[in-house]
Ligand binder design. Structure first.
Ligand code: 6PG
Length: 250
């Protein structure tokens, strides 16, 4: 497994928040700054959203304060991964983002590039990878302005699971994954796309993430088995937003 010369703590920045509301407010300000900077350069802002429960708190927070972002027409939304379920499913990452925030903001439909969880996974993974060709490129790889990621208790991120580490180094931009516990099919951006992003933001809250974060931030041998440990930007920045519970062992 990959050995790194840079200690993880030298690579990343992190912020610890007292609670989910403060973290959501911190995220919103972080996002507004990035979007504003891009738009001041006349560029659309491209973001890959994450699934899971942590972003839901942020989406709910943003559904109240979203008017702080006036340029939704300049934001292009994608997903880092999706469960192979229809949008109506409570499992759907797109569905949950739509029902909490996206239905409530004036973002053009064409700016929302969902992964079609209801389609054949292999065909959809191919279709989605062609969608990514609309993005800027670096080394032939699409470049997101911001990729939001969560951290699973097993160290997974997006839908790159510890028993499918090959997705970190896949030649493809998008791959089909299988949740090791449920067997649910997933569609996920691969490590090459995630690591090409200009900004990578990990969101991790709750005591259950404490140990994984301790191992990752201290370059423990066990961390090498965690896909999240191998998400390292080629040229961009990587930031973690955590609550005090998740950061308790730092
Ligand atoms: C997903 C996510 C996944 C998630 C982690 C953390 O589709 O579920 O992409 O990687 O971010 O499992 O999820 P929580 O935020 O719910 O802990």
């Amino acid at each position: 497994m990959m050995e790194y010369t840079v200690n993880y703590k030298e690579l990343v920045k992190y912020q610890v928040f007292n609670n989910l509301n403060d973290l959501s407010a911190g995220f919103f300000n972080y996002l507004v700054d990035l979007v504003t900077e891009n738009i001041s350069r006349g560029k659309k802002f491209t973001i890959a959203l994450s699934g899971g429960s942590t972003p839901m708190h942020i989406y709910n927070y943003m559904s109240v304060v979203h008017k702080g972002i006036r340029h939704w027409e300049d934001i292009l939304i994608y997903w880092g991964d999706e469960r192979c379920v229809p949008p109506e499913s409570p499992e759907s990452n797109y569905g949950n983002a739509w029902r909490t925030i996206l239905h409530n903001v004036n973002i053009p439909t064409e700016n929302i590039n969902r992964i079609r969880g209801e389609e054949d996974p292999v065909k959809e993974s191919i279709r989605y990878s062609t969608l990514l060709n609309k993005l800027d490129k670096s080394n032939d790889t699409p470049v997101f302005d911001l990729v939001i990621l969560g951290l699973g208790e097993d160290g997974h991120t997006a839908s790159i699971f510890p028993d499918q580490m090959r997705l970190l180094s896949s030649e493809k931009l998008v791959e089909v994954a299988t949740h090791p516990g449920s067997g649910q099919k997933r569609i996920s951006l691969t490590g090459q796309v995630l690591n090409q992003a200009r900004n990578i933001l990990f969101l991790a809250t709750g005591a259950k993430k404490q140990q994984r974060i301790y191992e990752i931030f201290n370059d423990k041998k066990t961390a090498e088995a965690y896909p999240a440990y191998h998400i390292r930007p080629e040229n961009g920045n990587i930031v973690w937003f955590m609550d005090t519970e998740a950061a308790a062992k730092l």
